[in-house]
Design a protein around this ligand. Structure first.
Ligand SMILES: [Zn+2]
Ligand SMILES: [Zn+2]
Length: 348
């Protein structure tokens, strides 16, 4: 055994043949202090929303899985294969886990003196949608129909990408896409034929709910024939059961959603209301967020002639009117919205 007389700069451990120093540090200290690969803090993944291919270092590579697979491919190509790893570590492997909400964990694995080593990184990333040339080249750039997916309020990136994933999951739809754009307010998809656009609209409506409106836009007259493009707008209210909306001048709870049908409970009358997204959009409604109202869990302590008194978890004793009979001891929620009190029975 040779004696080099060198010590780790951080912890003072003596270097040995089995564990030589790396940049003046022992292995443990190196892994604590330094990065064995230059993993970027922020990654922008350019991905084709139709086929899922990822654009990395000038070429499009098919990936079948989710963000984890795409990110690990990105890191292998831009870090490992570009030699941005520490020279003392060979066979560097990358595993990406827990990708979501624009953050992911990156585990970098390697070995040092035949001992396995591992280092964890957290990265931020976002996905940018761009149609890959392969998905574009099969068709002409010309289109016959445009589908505009719009939401009540600004959709989150997750919601926008769900639209892309749904479109790419059905071959007869995705093979007719000629352009795909993610916008702040939603997604615009162009199709080379009308029936694929209609199929896409119906499919998205089936999964996400919403209301479809079609119109033809005249694009000039060619050879005596009217030349039009179909425009389809799918409006998705993004309602989920349990949410509250203001509709027909009353506070209503969303109970169930099926395609274009909606089941609501009018909290003023304690009655179930069935409606459609079409009526909802036409008549107008306001979607409430939890900041708009206050909820208190209460128990009825008195009920007389449509007036109830309830004692609440918050300590408050509340009085409110209710059109139907309530029993003493019944558990209710009292919702305060714009200084008015609404009673929600807790059924079942
Ligand atoms: Zn050390
Ligand atoms: Zn593609």
């Amino acid at each position: 055994m040779s004696f080099t007389g060198r010590f780790c700069l951080r912890c003072g451990k003596r270097e040995s043949d089995e564990e030589p120093l790396i940049d003046g540090l022992c292995l443990d200290c190196f892994l604590k202090e330094r990065a064995l690969a230059k993993i970027p803090n922020n990654v922008v993944l350019v991905r084709c929303p139709v086929c899922g291919s990822v654009y990395v270092s000038g070429s499009w590579v098919p990936t079948s899985g989710g963000d984890e697979e795409a990110l690990s491919h990105y890191i292998v190509e831009t870090v490992v294969k570009k030699g941005k790893t520490h020279e003392s570590f060979k066979d560097v492997q990358v595993v990406v886990t827990n990708a979501g909400n624009n953050r992911a964990e990156v585990l970098v694995r390697s070995s040092f003196m035949s001992k396995p080593v591992e280092q964890a990184f957290t990265i931020n990333y976002r996905v940018e949608a761009r149609l890959c040339p392969r998905c574009l080249s099969v068709k002409t750039r010309d289109y016959e129909a445009i589908l505009q997916v719009r939401f009540a309020g600004e959709p989150s990136e997750v919601v926008r990408r769900r639209v892309g994933k749904l479109i790419s999951s059905v071959r007869s739809i995705s093979s007719n896409v000629t352009d795909y754009k993610e916008l702040r307010e939603g997604v615009d998809v162009k199709f080379s034929n009308v029936s694929a656009a209609r199929q896409a609209a119906n499919y998205l409506q089936g999964v996400l709910g919403g209301y479809i409106k079609e119109s033809w836009k005249l694009h000039g007259v060619v050879g005596g024939k009217r030349h039009g493009k179909l425009s389809i707008v799918l409006r998705i209210p993004q309602l989920i059961p349990g949410e509250l909306i203001v509709y027909r001048n009353s506070l209503m709870e969303v109970l169930d959603i099926q395609r274009d049908k909606l089941v609501l409970r009018d909290l003023t009358k304690d009655e179930v209301v069935k409606t459609s997204f079409k009526s909802l959009t036409k008549e107008g409604f306001r979607q409430l967020s939890p900041e708009d109202y206050a909820v208190d869990e209460c128990e009825v302590i008195k009920f007389e002639e449509g007036r109830l008194t309830a004692s609440c978890v918050s300590g408050a004793v509340v009085e409110a009117s209710f059109p139907k009979h309530l029993s003493v001891g019944e558990r209710i929620q009292v919702i305060t919205y714009k200084d008015l009190k609404y009673v929600k029975r807790l059924r079942g």
